[in-house]
Design a protein around this ligand. Structure first.
Ligand SMILES: *[C@@H]1O[C@H](CO)[C@@H](O)[C@H](O)[C@H]1NC(C)=O
Ligand SMILES: *[C@@H]1O[C@H](CO)[C@@H](O)[C@H](O)[C@H]1NC(C)=O
Length: 349
């Protein structure tokens, strides 16, 4: 009797185990199927076409890992921001960084560009509590609609142009979209290499020497390196007389400048969390290995007092908050979040 019971018990346990296995297997199959459908929908939505089945399979695996990573983040501990399955979901972070970030730093910069400049806002004491020159102010403000650099590492040109557009608008009252492609094609100093990276201050030097920049409409962005169209480059729509650097590692100094106009900033934008940032106050993770140029166009605080910088990016309006990111402001480290206070500058007119 006892042994029969024992046998029955084993048998039932075996059935149970088999049942669990098969339901796990079928739910895995189901998940795979759902994920395949999700990838197809994502491809259709973003107009993505792969050259063959092999490429599609590779991209699907990356897509799947990214979706799982994004879901795990969003369902995990609340970090104050969310991620989303955006247009970059079929790229690994390495691929993404290689094709997007193009800010060069350190040695070359120290050797060829950095020289002390004055800081005209050093004595600014009164600044607006909240400032938004970006989201919701696109039509009347100092900031043009979010642009998309595509798969070209010329963030540095977009960053320089965005702060120049802002300063030009604040001076003339006219918001004119200016040409990044002119910088990519015509600024051919050793440190500035179009889609292969460059420096923001060096772009300002070029713009000054070139006697200004023409409009986006006249010299449109094509997202790859080309030869300089000197005829178009000779019809400037806005000029600058030079540039100034914000004193490094002082978010307070950055505030003094941003209170006056948009400011070009360099950040480390290297992680998955940045690639898939969707909304909220970004709090990392990132270091201070500056690799991306963006533009600070405002600042503010949410209801519970958490302060942020309002940053215009150049990855299209499908990324982040309509193309913007709010990054935590006034953190303990003097470099600021992702090094935002390390290498900020702006043109002067
Ligand atoms: C403020 O709110 C954000 C978003 O909900 C949250 O992540 C953060 O921890 C809060 N900060 C404080 C100091 O309560
Ligand atoms: C700031 O104030 C100090 C003291 O009055 C003055 O020496 C300095 O030139 C001022 N700096 C600027 C940038 O205006």
């Amino acid at each position: 009797m006892a042994s029969t019971n024992h046998f029955q018990c084993m048998f039932l346990a075996l059935l149970f185990v088999l049942g669990v296995f098969s339901s796990q297997a079928s739910s895995r199959l189901f998940n795979e199927q759902t994920m395949l459908e999700r990838h197809e929908q994502w491809m259709a939505h973003h107009g993505r076409v792969y050259k063959d089945v092999k490429e599609k399979d590779i991209r699907f695996q990356i897509f799947k890992e990214n979706v799982e990573r994004i879901n795990a983040f969003n369902e995990g501990v609340d970090r104050g921001y969310k991620l989303s399955v955006n247009q970059f979901a079929d790229q690994t972070n390495e691929e993404f960084r290689a094709s997007r970030n193009g800010y060069k730093r350190q040695s070359i910069e120290v050797m060829s560009v950095s020289k002390p400049t004055t800081f005209r806002y050093a004595n600014v004491t009164v600044v607006p509590k909240v400032l938004n020159r970006g989201i919701g102010y696109l039509k009347k403000g100092a900031v043009t609609p979010v642009k998309d650099q595509g798969q070209c590492g010329c963030c540095w040109a977009f960053s320089a142009v965005a702060s120049m557009e802002g300063i030009n608008q604040l001076k003339t009252g006219k918001l004119v979209s200016l040409s990044e492609q002119e910088i990519v094609d015509c600024d051919v100093k050793a440190v500035d290499q179009g889609c292969y990276g460059g420096l923001i201050d060096s772009a300002f030097q070029f713009i000054k020497q070139n006697k200004g920049l023409t409009t986006e409409a006249n010299y449109p962005y094509v997202g790859q390196d080309g030869t300089c169209n000197s005829k178009k480059a000779a019809t400037p729509a806005a000029k600058i007389t030079g540039y100034e650097d914000v004193p490094s590692n002082k978010e307070k100094a950055l505030l003094q400048a941003v209170a006056n106009h948009p400011v070009s900033v360099a950040i480390e934008a290297s992680g998955y969390n940045f690639q898939f940032y969707s909304s909220g106050i970004f709090t990392g993770t990132c270091g201070t290995n500056l690799d991306h140029g963006v533009t600070a166009v405002g600042y503010g605080a949410i209801a519970n007092g958490t302060k942020y910088w309002l940053i215009k990016n150049s990855w299209g309006s499908g990324w982040g908050e309509n193309g913007y990111i709010r990054m935590k402001k006034d953190i303990a480290a003097k470099e600021g979040l992702c090094g935002i206070a390390m290498k900020a500058s702006y043109p002067i007119v």
